[in-house]
Ligand binder design. Structure first.
Ligand code: PLP
Length: 429
């Protein structure tokens, strides 16, 4: 590791004094016995408060019937009520026929999607993936740890793909999928990605949709978890993947997912999957054995709360008002504490739930451990990579939404201190 300009400009003695000063600040924080948790991207209580009225929209005196007359209190409705399909079709930019409403978690739907593919295969494939000697998935990284956990559970071999500012490194993706038919899919968080907060460019969308894959049953898991979770009035545009796949003659390639977890209530929201009618027909067949259908009353609550897209966007603005100051605070503290030192870099996202901090190589684990020593819990270092192993040990995921501004300020100050101390130890040897 090279001395960065900032530290190189200090003489040895100044450097030592600076290090001692940082250590003292760290010890001061330690003595405060802090307990701050920034490990997971959770909405803060104030965000949950803005959806409370939704709970009043279904009452015992109501007629709990869908527009088509279905009694929502009873069994039935394998893939959701039509009003909910209409709503999500608009959110995801697909037709209502391409929508399947799930339960309370999109992660659950993704897990089951992979489980079904392992057990039974997917349309156009034939062999169940689980019967093949090896199944591989491409994992643009840093990425979402729970995607990688699904692969680990099913013993799907993960191949790390470097993330660029426009999405996955497509040269690498195209080369790999064209050569190896064991590669059955790729995980994508295309908008305000977890954790980088970047949005895939049109070119990346087109290349993913049209690339030649050796596996005839290749699938893009398009986890559009943050599709409407903007922080600014100038949202990142994302090209419609379903349209791109159809245009490229690969309509079955994409499986899209989302949920209202970070729109209404995580754990009590509505999850959704969108895919070609061909894909959905096969999925419904299997799903009908697994379940009679998801919670229709919760779907009704949601469609009453969001009668149209204006209501959705208005609601998302309220979320942004609550969390944008937190993102701004993190970015301004990173600028102030680390901006001139060339020991870390970060993305400034226009939406989503995370800020991704890259430190000097080989420092992330030590920084996260040191922050934990002062009572600041961050996402485990390495978690954003397959098998929990960040090859450069440099990525730290910051989840700013849950703590209060005061807590967040302290937590980021501690983090910045730890980044400096660990970097200095590294450069001083
Ligand atoms: N997908 C991504 C990219 C996420 O970041 C998260 C939650 O952090 C989820 C899915 C989980 O979604 P759900 O609550 O719908 O299971």
């Amino acid at each position: 590791v090279d001395f960065t300009a900032f530290f190189a400009a200090l003489g040895q003695e100044e450097l030592n004094n600076y290090y001692v000063k940082l250590q003292k600040e760290y010890d001061d924080y330690k003595s405060q016995k802090l307990s701050l948790d920034m490990s997971r991207g959770k909405p803060c209580p104030e965000q949950l408060d803005i959806s409370m009225e939704m709970l009043d929209l279904v009452k015992s005196s109501d007629s709990l019937h869908a527009a088509d007359g279905t009694d929502l209190r009873n069994y039935g409705g394998l893939d959701g009520i039509s009003e909910a399909k209409e709503l999500f079709a608009q959110i995801l930019g697909v037709s209502a026929k391409e929508v399947l409403i799930g339960g309370n978690s999109s992660l659950n739907m993704m897990h089951d999607t992979i489980a079904r593919a392992m057990l039974h295969g997917v349309p156009g494939g034939g062999t169940a993936w689980g019967k093949l000697p090896v199944v591989k998935f491409l994992c643009p990284s840093p990425g979402y740890d729970r995607h990688f956990a699904i692969c680990e559970l099913f013993q799907i071999e993960m191949i790390t793909i470097r993330m660029t500012n426009e999405g996955p490194d497509m040269d690498a993706v195209e080369k790999l999928v064209s050569e190896d038919d064991a590669i059955k899919g790729i995980w994508c968080v295309p908008k305000y990605s977890n954790p980088d907060g970047i949005t895939y460019s049109d070119e990346v969308v087109d290349r993913l949709a049209s690339m030649k894959t050796k596996a005839g049953d290749f699938r893009i898991i398009w986890d559009d978890a943050y599709t409407i979770h903007h922080l600014t009035d100038q949202p990142d545009p994302l090209k419609n993947m379903m349209d791109a796949c159809k245009a490229a003659g690969n309509p079955d390639r994409v499986l899209q997912f989302a949920s209202t977890s970070k729109i209404t209530f995580p754990g009590s929201g509505v999850a959704v999957m969108a895919a070609s009618e061909n894909n959905l027909a096969a999925i419904r067949k299997q799903l009908s054995v697994q379940t009679i259908g998801p919670d229709k009353i919760n779907q009704l609550r949601h469609v009453r709360f969001f009668p149209d897209m204006n209501a959705v966007h208005h609601h998302m603005k309220k979320h942004a008002e609550l969390i944008k100051p937190k993102f701004d605070l993190v970015i301004s503290l990173l600028e102030a504490e680390l901006g001139d030192k060339q020991i870390a870099s970060w993305h400034k996202p226009n939406g989503g739930y995370f800020i991704s901090l890259n430190t000097l190589d080989g420092c992330a684990k030590a920084i996260v451990a040191m922050a934990a020593g002062a009572g600041v819990t961050l996402t485990k270092a390495g978690a954003t990579y397959p098998y929990g192993k960040d090859p450069q040990d440099r990525n730290i995921r910051i989840a700013p939404t849950y703590p209060s501004l005061t807590e967040l300020k302290t937590a980021i100050q501690v983090l910045c201190l730890c980044v400096q101390i660990v970097s200095l130890e590294k450069v001083m040897g």
